[in-house]
Write a protein that binds this ligand. Structure first.
Ligand code: GLC
Length: 747
């Protein structure tokens, strides 16, 4: 970084020197400069201030708040959902403030505003850019009617630990999949033009390393090597810049000793100078002030100095900038040029949004929950759902079967929406029970447990009785929405409450059990795996989860999701991810030692010395990319166009995929590569491409992937980017543990 930075300093100095003699070249920068030149220091500081309110504010807006807007002391608002407040505050800003600078109104519109889509981890399971784009476009159309033109999404934190509550919001564990979806999210939120009234500027968050929290405990420390930073955690954020995301948000965590809001290397050198980002960066809630408990800032003034010098533009809710910027300027600890540059970024975005010409919201609130929106939400729920187990093809169910619907989440409108759904209205949610009713399903519904953490067995007998009267049990359980999301990490990720006990009691009836899981993370099912015949993971499926589940279990639609995260057997295996290193003692089945098979008094070094757990082994429950269909597929004829790759010689990889089952099916064909020897050790596999295909029974398709040398390059710990000559393996398969292998060399 140092070399790059030095070079950039020289270049930047040269440019600035030139610029001093020239007016900014393009019209936008001219407008920015003109506006800046008219602003007082108080107004400039005001633009750096994002004022949070609770969306629960009732009654009249406080006069003090209105006066602050009138004085130009606030640049943006968070959580103002009362449209009268939005209209009044914006009117004051554009008619009464010194330079009539419009406000931006922000909200966490993460996976829908009113029409709620599956949680982002679920949408990642769809591997579908159209699903991602639909969800964010619908969210923008619905939210912008309320004046919300800035969403704090997409969340792009790579997550490898299912204990972490915010894995629910994440794009999963893989940088390639996450980066692909990022582009779709940003384009969906921001629309075809930033100045379209239905455009919502995106906010790539949380920059950076939030998902690497030690122990999967939210807000915890992240220790990330430069190689991991560039190869795993940065790619989705780079994709966000390339897609034109107008804002970024810093994360709560420290990375390698530096809290994100004070990290100049990340906020200025990497994000702006390397990636070319020219929007603005907002801190996460109070994270500027939290540099004090982090032990990085002595006090609020020092926190302001660190953040401003790092290149943070806007402070969310804490008031370090408001209170201390003037002193810091007087003391020379920051410069007026720095403040001007930080303010210019904000003005640039507001100008791009067309807020000066059209500051007021365009109310299209008749589009809320529009049929088209609901249909896209249902499609997303189906494409996000992952069929994990289907013994004896118990699914799909044939119509007319008598079903005992049991479990705490079969009819919970709010719970199935998942985390971050302040504005989704439960009364519009279609639960599984709604869907069964509306489709005249022959079912009997006995909850058995009244909520996911319920430990009471008092209703077990009623549930068991219903089960005995049925042909098949559909158990709909998992986690209430509050058990994942911010600050909601779990050390044990089994089904909460007495759900496992109830499932075991139901299994004694001998009836087949279909387990439908609604949750914000993979749930360890080891204890009940043999008690159920099918497992359908729907994540928290959103407003249309019920109709989606109905259509999937009756085979009207096929769940076509594939895991975006590795699914552990027990939490003790975490963090667990497919693109791991081989180690010097990779485990092989022959050498894996089962704890119970160790002879009593065994000699200390008599066991297989490889990397595994004596009690649980070394395999996940289900690998990254895994998911079943209602049909089966066979892969054959994997061929390479050449056995060597070079700068000017891409390789094409072909494979034939045949639907060997009796019904049309959807498959996500995945391409993985291994760089066998590197200047630093390389993962055993890396996803480098995928294609979603639908194939009719007994038909086959030949698919072609292209690999270029660029696809194989990586960063080492000196931030050198490149690839050495040598051997590579390539797999095309159904998940990260499968596939036909072929080899090629970089000559
Ligand atoms: C929260 C979250 C962040 C969110 C912000 C505003 O603490 O960390 O993702 O956008 O505050 O609600």
């Amino acid at each position: 970084m140092k070399k790059i930075y030095t070079l950039i300093c020289v270049l930047a100095f040269t440019l600035v020197a030139c610029e001093k003699e020239q007016k900014p070249t393009n019209e936008l920068e001219t407008k920015v400069s003109d506006l800046l030149s008219k602003m007082t220091l108080d107004e400039k500081i005001g633009q750096l201030n994002l004022r949070g309110t609770s969306s629960r504010v009732k009654g009249k807006l406080p006069d003090s708040l209105k006066q602050a807007v009138r004085d130009g002391k606030i640049g943006a608002f968070l959580n103002v959902t009362n449209t009268e407040y939005v209209d009044e505050l914006q009117r004051i800003a554009v008619e009464e403030s010194p330079n009539k600078i419009p406000l931006i109104f922000a909200r966490d519109v993460i996976h829908g505003y009113k029409t709620i889509f599956p949680i982002p981890l679920g949408m990642a399971a769809s591997w579908d850019t159209q699903v991602a784009k639909n969800s964010s476009r619908v969210a923008a159309v619905e939210a912008s009617s309320f004046g919300i033109r800035w969403t704090f999404a997409p969340m792009l934190d790579i997550a490898r630990d299912s204990r972490w509550g915010r894995i629910a919001e994440s794009p999963g564990e893989d940088p390639f999949l996450a980066s692909t979806l990022t582009k779709a999210y940003v384009e969906g939120f921001q629309g075809d033009s930033l100045n379209d009234p239905t455009s919502m500027i995106a906010c790539a968050k949380h920059f950076i390393g939030y998902g690497a929290a030690i122990g999967g405990r939210d807000y915890n420390t992240a220790i990330i090597s430069d190689a991991q930073l560039h190869n795993i955690y940065l790619p989705p954020f780079k994709s966000a810049v390339q897609a034109g995301s107008q804002t970024f948000m810093t994360s709560f965590n420290e990375m390698n000793g530096i809290p994100a809001s004070g990290d100049r290397r990340m906020l200025t050198e990497v994000l702006r100078e390397d990636f070319g980002f020219d929007g603005f960066v907002v801190s996460d809630w109070d994270s500027v002030k939290e540099m004090i408990p982090h032990g990085y800032a002595e006090d609020l003034k020092h926190a302001a100095e660190l953040s401003l010098n790092a290149g943070l533009n806007m402070e969310m809710t804490s008031k370090a900038f408001e209170k201390h910027t003037k002193e810091l300027l007087k003391e020379g600890r920051i410069t007026e040029d720095q403040i001007n540059s930080l303010v210019a970024d904000i003005l640039r975005v507001k100008l791009r949004m067309g807020l000066f010409e059209k500051p007021y919201r365009v109310d299209k609130s008749d589009n809320l929950y529009a049929d088209a929106h609901l249909q896209m939400a249902k499609e997303a729920a189906i494409k996000s759902s992952v069929l994990l187990k289907n013994d004896n093809n118990v699914l799909p169910l044939t119509a007319g079967k008598k079903i005992a619907v049991i479990g705490p989440l079969a009819d919970k409108p709010r719970e199935q929406l998942g985390t971050w759904t302040f504005d989704g209205d439960g009364k519009y949610t279609k639960t599984p029970i709604n869907a069964f009713q509306n489709n005249n399903v022959n079912y009997n519904f006995v909850e058995g447990l009244s909520y996911s953490r319920d430990k009471s067995t008092k209703d077990f007998s009623k549930a068991i009785a219903a089960a005995k009267q049925s042909d098949v049990i559909v158990f709909i359980g998992g986690e209430e929405a509050i058990l994942s999301g911010e600050a909601h990490s779990r050390a044990n990720i089994n089904l909460p409450g007495a759900q496992e006990e109830l499932i075991k009691e139901l299994a004694k009836t001998g009836k087949p059990i279909v387990l439908v899981i609604m949750a914000g993370r993979p749930i360890t099912v080891t204890n009940i795996l043999d008690d159920v015949d099918a497992i359908l993971m729907t994540w928290h499926p959103g407003t249309m989860g019920g109709p989606a589940i109905h259509d999937m279990i009756f085979g009207i639609a096929e769940p076509s999701g594939r895991l975006p995260v590795t699914w552990p057997k027990v939490a003790g295996q975490l963090p667990l991810f497919y693109n791991h290193k081989n180690t010097g003692r990779p485990v092989i089945p022959e050498e894996f030692v089962q704890m119970d098979s160790i002879p009593i008094g065994a000699w200390q070094s008599s066991l297989g010395n490889t990397s595994h757990y004596l009690d649980i082994g070394y395999l996940p429950q289900y690998p990254f990319g895994y998911g079943l269909s209602y049909t089966t597929f066979a892969y054959s004829n994997q061929t390479l166009s050449s056995n060597t790759i070079s700068e000017n010689n891409d390789i094409t990889v072909k494979v034939t995929v045949k639907n060997t089952g009796a019904r049309e099916g959807n498959e996500i064909v995945q391409l993985y590569v291994q760089d066998v020897v590197g200047r630093i050790t390389r993962p055993v596999r890396e996803l480098k491409g995928y294609q979603k295909v639908t194939i009719k029974p007994n038909e086959e398709k030949e698919l072609t992937f292209t690999l270029s040398l660029e696809d194989l390059k990586y960063y080492d710990n000196n931030e050198e980017y490149g690839v050495e000559k040598g051997d590579f393996k390539v797999w095309i398969g159904q998940n990260a543990a499968a596939g036909l292998t072929t080899k090629f060399r970089y000559e």
